[in-house]
Design a protein around this ligand. Structure first.
Ligand code: 5GP
Length: 139
């Protein structure tokens, strides 16, 4: 399967469509999921093209996982979370909808169920949650 340079996350990387960014370094970008399944749900992506773990290079995977760990450690205090779910899907039959490698990071609380997929979040709430993660990263 070929990488489509016009997928929605490629457009976010190029700033062609808006996103709520929370962190970036030379190799990775983190932004809020627009349909959060828990408060604080965000996405970690490489800045370079690949569809998913099937075609990613070891370098891309290493860079993304380092940022996943950084963000997982930030969302714990940011949301007084007691756990973090990290999710990742590969190709349509693996549950993937956007074909640019991404890892979901979801802060979790005792007994809390994840919300259903596909429900637009409240943009003010998403912005406030992004700020909580930025503040935790700033330490
Ligand atoms: P997956 O490909 O892992 O199944 O899920 C793609 C994720 O991207 C979903 O959680 C969905 O809510 C999120 N998403 C889809 N379109 C957009 C968008 O335009 N902006 C942002 N920030 N997230 C999106």
């Amino acid at each position: 399967m070929q990488y489509d340079p016009d997928n929605i996350f490629a457009k976010i990387l190029r700033d062609e469509i808006p996103s709520t960014r929370v962190y970036e370094d030379d190799a990775t970008l983190v932004f809020m999921d627009i349909m959060p399944r828990t408060p604080g749900h965000c996405l970690v992506i490489p800045k370079t093209p690949c569809r998913n773990v099937l075609d990613a290079s070891p370098r891309q995977l290493a860079d993304v996982m380092a940022t996943v760990q950084k963000i997982a450690n930030a969302v714990m205090p940011a949301f007084d979370a007691t756990g973090v779910t990290v999710q990742q899907f590969n190709e349509a039959d693996g549950g993937q909808e956007v074909f640019h490698l991404h890892f979901h990071v979801l802060p979790r609380h005792p007994g809390q169920r994840m919300g259903p997929p596909g429900q637009m979040g409240d943009m003010d709430e998403i912005a406030a949650n992004a700020q909580r993660i930025r503040a935790a990263l700033a330490g």
